[in-house]
Design a protein around this ligand. Structure first.
Ligand code: NAD
Length: 488
């Protein structure tokens, strides 16, 4: 049965057509673009169309090497368009140029990796207990919903869309309303690469309206969410009611640990990039620094000096190390946390203000900030700030360290700098975190699973586990009986 053209919910809006969503460049307040806005009523059509695509297109039953061909081609086209896509990304999110290139490369890499996984994936033949042949195979859910945040546009979307398509699903994707443009570009590239129409739908709209309607929609069989912990909790509650699986990649307050025997220079550089990269707007930002008390004063003084020397600048300036935050509203939230820290008794060793002079005064910038003098239970040490704010705390010995480091609701990531292999291993095993970095930080690649312990999430993206998230097992028994089945 031929399927109709999918409803075009979200092409860039013609001037003045509305309703539309504006994307504002946080570096200078200019309009980065505008896209047609979906409403809750559009969710029905998108899900119905996705099901139509699942049922009428051979995607699910396509030979895996053919499915992989399309995914490889998506990766190739993304890579070929890396500069224009990175430019759009820079305008949408305010991220510095190099980071934007990295986001596009990462998205391309996700499609390439899941093309390879798709092509080589095997089912299992299970050891039979009778006259039959038994096997376990992976099947898609049908239509899944993917909901993404603003901090890594196209990279986060690709991390969900590539494995979900590789597993044979259709995807209805709702990107963040703060960064609506890259998902539409991904959709365009997917169609250009030959992805059958309807298998990927993009709905740009608010989380409270469109996101919530998508999560509740009875036609959605699996939810994949990346975003804040409280939103994740609300989505998980709906998934619980509906008894559908959910993958959650949520917030963090990751401990970054420097032991007295660490390579000081390497640790300083690692701690700086671990928190101030992406202006701290990274789920794995090393936002709580634990330094062994014997070197605490010296290390934190050196860190404060280097924090003050960081180059905060416009995203397209090649010398920029720290760009703007996503919005002025978010900057106010970050500044509010620093004020709270001051009221709680923090010493502000670097930053603690928004620049008010020159070009930066027009953007949503906030200076890299280092606080100390707070107890580990202070709100600033417990809650995710998601900005360029680092709190430093001393520790005495491994037991004290583990108690403090594990003493938050989160468990996304952790970093350890030490010269001792046995100590690194003991700490890595004792930390409650989905990723642990030893003498490095924030390394990540598509072939290694990623996700959180505790309130940082449920399930794992990336790697082979990242594909299984979007599949359900089917066990098949094939009778080889020489005698009829008996009741006894
Ligand atoms: P957010 O939770 O506010 O929004 C994320 C997405 O959910 C957006 O698309 C939003 O529109 C949608 N949404 C909001 N309310 C919804 C609802 N009721 N129902 C359905 N959808 C809804 O998060 P954010 O501010 O966009 O992103 C920052 C957060 O994301 C941080 O907490 C960060 O740690 C987290 N994050 C986690 C990872 C990870 O892999 N663990 C990666 C990136 C970001």
């Amino acid at each position: 049965m031929p399927i109709p053209e999918p409803p075009r919910f979200c092409p860039p809006a013609p001037a003045g057509a509305g309703p539309f969503l504006l994307s504002i460049n946080p570096a200078d307040g200019s309009q980065a673009g505008r896209v047609a806005q979906a409403r809750a009523a559009d969710v029905d059509g998108a899900v119905a169309h996705a099901w139509q695509a699942v049922r009428c297109q051979p995607w699910r039953d396509l030979r895996l090497d053919r499915r992989a061909d399309v995914l490889y081609e998506i990766g190739r086209l993304l890579r070929a368009e890396r500069e224009p896509l990175a430019r759009l990304q820079m305008a949408d999110s305010g991220k510095p140029w190099k980071e934007c290139l990295h986001m596009v490369d990462s998205a391309a890499g996700s499609f390439r990796y899941y093309a390879a996984v798709c092509e080589t994936l095997q089912g299992e033949i299970t050891p039979a207990r009778g006259e039959y042949f038994s096997m376990a195979i992976a099947e898609p859910f049908g239509v899944i919903a993917a909901i993404t945040p603003w901090n890594s546009p196209i990279m986060n979307e690709a991390q969900k869309v590539a494995p979900a398509l590789a597993a044979g699903n259709a995807v209805v994707l709702k990107p963040s309303e703060e960064t609506p443009q890259l998902a539409l570009e991904l959709l365009r590239v997917c169609h250009q690469a030959g992805l059958p129409q309807g298998l990927l739908q993009v709905l740009n709209g608010s989380g409270e309206e469109v996101g919530a309607a998508l999560v509740r929609h009875p036609g959605v069989r699996m939810l994949s969410f990346t975003g804040g912990t409280e939103t994740g909790r609300a989505i998980a509650a709906v998934a619980g009611q509906r008894l559908i699986p959910v993958g959650l990649e949520l917030g963090g307050k990751s401990p970054h640990i420097v032991c007295a025997d660490a390579d000081r220079e390497a640790a300083l550089a690692g701690v700086l990039s671990g928190i101030f990269g992406s202006a701290g707007q990274s789920c794995v930002a090393g936002s709580r620094l634990f330094v062994e008390r014997t070197i605490y004063a010296e290390f934190v003084a050196a860190l404060a000096q280097r924090t003050r020397a960081l180059r905060v600048g416009l995203p397209d300036d090649p010398g920029t190390q720290v760009g703007p935050l996503i919005s002025w509203q978010h900057r106010d939230k970050v500044a509010g946390y620093v004020e709270l820290g001051r009221r709680e008794g923090a010493r502000v060793l670097a930053g603690g203000y928004a620049p008010e002079q020159g070009a930066l005064a027009r953007g949503a910038f906030y200076m890299p900030t280092l606080l100390d003098g707070l107890p580990a239970q202070a709100r600033v040490c417990q809650e995710e700030i998601f900005g360029p704010v680092l709190v430093a705390l001393p520790f005495d010995g491994e037991d004290d360290l583990i108690e403090q480091a594990n003493g938050t609701a989160f468990g996304l990531a952790a970093g350890i700098w030490t010269g001792s292999y046995p100590r690194a291993w003991r700490l890595a095993r004792a930390l409650e975190a989905g990723s642990v970095w030893i003498n490095t930080y924030k390394q990540s690649h598509i072939a290694t699973p990623f996700g959180g312990f505790k309130d940082s999430g449920i399930g794992r993206e990336k790697g082979l586990q990242g594909l299984r998230l979007y599949s359900q097992n089917k066990s098949i028994y094939w009778g080889l009986h020489t005698q009829p089945l008996s009741l006894g």
